[in-house]
Design a protein around this ligand. Structure first.
Ligand SMILES: *[C@@H]1O[C@H](CO)[C@@H](O)[C@H](O)[C@H]1NC(C)=O
Ligand SMILES: *[C@@H]1O[C@H](CO)[C@@H](O)[C@H](O)[C@H]1NC(C)=O
Ligand SMILES: CC(=O)N[C@H]1CO[C@H](CO)[C@@H](O)[C@@H]1O
Length: 259
């Protein structure tokens, strides 16, 4: 009987391993930043080879982020923002980083007023510790956002563009992935015990399955590594289901052991 239990557990883990390898191999987990900057959570964003790392200090509703993506051209731009109202581009409060004509990287705040015009101005959120770095073909934006008290989710938008004219980032391409890069980001996903949540309470935004295997680190944290293009939310849903199946099998084995 004990061996039955053992083999069902073994089967379980084999099934989980076979079905959801990608859930355990998030690229962001292996990314490192200069200055020993670390963040509590990260997500491989589902479009544009972009990554978000963040730490929410709930007591201050202060959100520190690092957003990394390869610009669409070497003199292009990358941007990340929060929309206070809905998960759409227009109305977002965004930070956009790009190289100046002398080669120095800059990062500036923009109000994305419409699809035609963006306005450089102070954001409706206070942003501090703003900086940008470029490495290995990607640009990383660092910033600390002061969010309204008790914020647990934000509408995030992210983008890459190819062109900057006279210090102003120009409109990005309108391919499917460029238009899909927006979602609700759950900042405080609880590490729910999967066997107890069979209905798949996967977070909508940053899925952050624990990844014991740091895949090859790039050092700079900016290698546009292949991500398989799966949406993170899908992965975490699948993982939850697998673990639920595991829970049931293990329970059945324990039951068999008792009688
Ligand atoms: C490039 O220009 C910006 C703004 O004019 C300036 O702050 C920066 O120091 C310059 N960088 C270099 C390398 O000259
Ligand atoms: C700015 O960053 C430093 C170091 O990363 C951190 O200690 C400090 O708290 C940050 N400041 C704000 C206002 O978040
Ligand atoms: C995946 C995708 O369609 N990305 C495009 C987004 O827009 C930039 C230009 O702004 C294109 O270079 C990318 O190919």
């Amino acid at each position: 009987m004990a061996s039955l239990q053992f083999s069902s557990i073994l089967l379980c883990f084999s099934v989980v391993f076979l079905l959801s390898p990608s859930a355990y191999s998030q690229t962001c987990k292996s990314q490192k930043f200069t200055g020993k900057r670390t963040f509590e959570t990260c997500a491989d964003l589902p479009y544009l080879k972009a990554y978000l790392h963040w730490t929410l200090d709930s007591s201050k509703s202060s959100l520190s982020i690092a957003y990394t993506a390869p610009p669409a051209a070497s003199t292009g731009w990358v941007g990340w923002g929060i929309n206070p109202n809905s998960p759409t581009m227009v109305g977002s409060q965004a930070l956009i980083a790009f190289p100046l004509s002398n080669g120095s990287l800059t990062v500036k705040p923009y109000d994305l007023k419409s699809y035609q015009s963006i306005v450089q101005q102070q954001l409706s959120y206070a942003v501090s510790n703003l900086s940008a770095e470029s490495s290995g073909g990607s640009i990383t934006i660092f910033a600390t956002w002061a969010l309204p008290a008790k914020t647990t989710k934000v509408n995030q938008v992210w983008q890459v563009g190819s062109t900057v004219v006279n210090g102003t980032p120009q409109r990005h391409a309108l391919q499917a992935d460029n238009l899909s890069s927006k979602e609700v980001l759950n900042l405080v996903e609880t590490a729910a015990a999967p066997a107890e949540s069979p209905t798949g309470s996967s977070g909508s935004g940053g899925s952050q399955a624990e990844s014991p295997t740091g895949s090859s680190g790039s050092g700079s944290g900016s290698s546009p590594a292949p991500t398989g293009g799966n949406s993170g939310a899908g992965e975490s849903t699948m993982r939850t289901k697998n673990e639920w199946v595991c829970g049931v099998l293990t329970f059945a084995a324990a039951f068999a052991l008792l009688f």
